[in-house]
Design a protein around this ligand. Structure first.
Ligand code: NAD
Length: 452
């Protein structure tokens, strides 16, 4: 395996040096070929994610394929502009010079993807890698083997291996890939593995983007529109059965709105995920038995307000709401990554600030309020990757907002132009005139008086 991976890396590097990946016409053509290749295999992709995660067709299309189409479309539309060199101002001290920033691809890019949106999270970074003129090796997650197989087949049928290749496999394969000196590493996954990726990258000083996870809070203030808050929190939490990096992990609700908020939350869960919907089999499964057990163990039956049932063998966890949760309960330990929603009630704003600050910086934060001052207060005082006011998750579905974490939820960002920028080195070049040579610049040099 080690030799095959080294050989692939060397072939990709040589292909990169051939210069073929750089012309804009080539990059356009590859992105179009990728789009057409996906279009041809839409059914296979939907079948694969259904087999791996039991995702319903509508949800799978929207979150796995539709997102990729819109990213490709946006990139094709803007690529020439994004890739063009930028002329910058030149200070008087550099008189006679011209300052340029050239958009340079890194070379061979490694993309390591997780299982929760197994198709989207492998291809969204690949779009930027291609657009920026790199070659790429994609390693999908081994926990979603059907989708991994479709990714391999799709990549092999659209691209030659020396340009874009898919390497399937588990942790050992990922480690072997990381031992090679890559030119850029784009990792999406857990914070724990993100640390290992960064450590491996440090041996070669390879730049990294880390798209990680964390416990993302939703805050519902006293003046919030409760109906909207409950509806959008339930939707954001339960989509993909809670296996979304930016799912609201827990909710902080003002004590005075307790009864009404809980009533609305159970209303929307029943409406969308009641027994009838389950019979339609559109409710996603947990990825494997081990994760199902992990999530089930977080449910404290004494604190269950809604749901609480599970079945490890069929990888099922009922949409569950827990109330009166304490900060030291198990469910408030690590990222839940499942359809369990703990609710904590608060009386004063400072409790919200303390609760969020006591944990690692979250990937997302969702604030539900009608008060501009509260909005400003939270924005000014809490650090988080990104988020929404009066919504959940939707901030990642726009190409105009850079998406990424901060602190333990990650570093770097992507989506839209940011994906192109991520895979691009901004090469700054000062071109100086030879028509004249001002003596003053040499005045600090020893012997400069003689030289003048
Ligand atoms: P994971 O970290 O277990 O695995 C991700 C990838 O890393 C897989 O391809 C896996 O094979 C590989 N891997 C595992 N161990 C490795 C090691 N020791 N060295 C190198 N590579 C290794 O994550 P996961 O369970 O697949 O995904 C869930 C996590 O990902 C959650 O924490 C979630 O929040 C996060 N996530 C983040 C984003 C984001 O955009 N920020 C998106 C999706 C998921």
């Amino acid at each position: 395996m080690k030799d095959a991976i080294r050989d692939l890396k060397v072939r990709q590097k040589n292909y990169f040096y051939s210069g073929e990946t750089k012309p804009l016409a080539f990059r356009h053509k590859q992105l179009e070929a990728l789009r057409d290749g996906i279009r041809k295999r839409e059914k296979d992709i939907l079948d694969a994610v259904r087999k791996d995660l039991n995702k319903g067709e509508h949800e799978a299309f929207m979150t796995e394929i539709g997102f990729i189409y819109s990213e490709i479309k946006d990139t094709l539309k803007n690529l020439d502009y994004w890739a063009s060199p930028v002329k910058e101002r030149t200070p008087l001290t550099h008189f006679g010079g011209k300052s340029m920033v050239y958009k340079q691809p890194y070379g061979v890019v490694l993309i390591i993807a997780p299982w929760n949106y197994p198709f989207q999270l492998a291809f969204a970074p690949l779009i930027g890698a291609i657009a920026a003129g790199n070659t790429a090796i994609v390693k999908p997650s081994e926990l979603t083997p059907n989708t991994s197989g479709v990714i391999r087949e799709l990549i092999a049928s659209v691209f030659p291996e020396q340009y874009v290749a898919c390497v399937e496999g588990d942790v050992e394969v990922a480690k072997t890939l990381l031992n090679e000196k890559m030119d850029y590493i784009f990792f999406t996954g857990s914070t724990a593995v993100g640390k290992k990726v960064m450590e491996a990258a440090s041996h070669h000083l390879t730049p990294v983007t880390l798209e990680l996870g964390g416990k993302s809070p939703a805050i519902v203030t006293e003046d919030a529109n409760l109906k909207i808050a409950a509806k959008r929190i339930v939707w954001g939490k339960m989509i993909n059965a809670g296996q979304t990096c930016v799912a609201p992990d827990y909710v902080l609700v003002h004590e005075k709105r307790r009864r009404k908020f809980l009533k609305l939350v159970s209303h929307y869960i029943k409406k969308w995920f009641g027994p009838e919907e389950r019979r339609n089999r559109v409710y996603p499964k947990i990825v494997n038995e081990q994760h199902t057990k992990r999530i089930a163990d977080l449910i404290n039956p004494e604190k269950v307000f809604y749901g609480g049932h599970y079945d490890i063998d069929s990888r099922y966890i009922e949409p569950t709401v827990m109330v009166d949760v304490n900060l030291d309960d198990d469910v408030m330990g690590e990222e839940i990554f499942g359809p369990v929603l703990p609710i904590i009630f608060y009386e004063h704003e400072f409790e919200v600030i303390e609760t969020v600050r006591q944990r690692p910086n979250p990937l997302a934060l969702y604030l539900f309020t009608e008060n501009k001052e509260t909005e400003r207060f939270i924005m000014d005082n809490l650090s988080f990757g990104g988020g929404c006011v009066n919504d959940t998750i939707m901030h990642l579905a726009t190409p105009y907002l850079p998406f990424g974490g901060v602190g333990e939820s990650g570093m770097g960002n992507y989506h839209g132009k940011s994906t192109f920028d991520t895979f691009t080195h901004m090469k700054s070049v000062l071109k100086q005139s030879t028509a004249f040579d001002l003596p003053i610049r040499y005045s600090q040099t020893p012997g400069s008086t003689k030289a003048m």
